[in-house]
Unconditional design. Structure first.
Length: 116
């Protein structure tokens, strides 16, 4: 990842990993920071480096509906202690999703962030 500016934003995320043509695995987590070239995310289970993923970030603002953005990327780094944390490089820019059909985690999704 480059030295581009990062923004500390903590909100729920869904990481989608494709394991074959019709098999997709979704892992819930929490966004730690994000920039134009990538993000750092805490997850409930590991995703190995080199894995191509789709990252859905569920931005929340008080008194407003959730805004979901989709980013395509590749996991660059996995840290396993004290929780699973990945660093992702983006391929291109994010896209806003209208009426997202992605399962948004409940507020309890912060379980990936327990202990911090």
């Amino acid at each position: 990842m480059s030295d581009a500016r990062r923004f500390d934003i903590h909100c729920p995320v869904t990481v989608q990993v494709s394991n074959g043509l019709n098999h997709k695995v979704k892992v819930q987590g929490v966004l730690y920071d994000i920039g134009v070239d990538g993000a750092r995310v805490a997850l409930k289970q590991p995703v190995p480096p080199g894995t191509r993923i789709t990252l859905f970030v569920h931005f929340r603002a008080p008194e407003k509906p959730v805004t979901t953005m989709r980013f395509e990327g590749t996991v660059q780094r996995l840290q396993e202690e004290p929780r699973f944390e990945i660093a992702v490089d983006f391929h291109g820019t994010g896209r806003f999703l209208q009426d997202a059909v992605v399962e948004r985690p409940a507020d309890s999704s912060a379980g990936a962030d327990e202990g911090s």
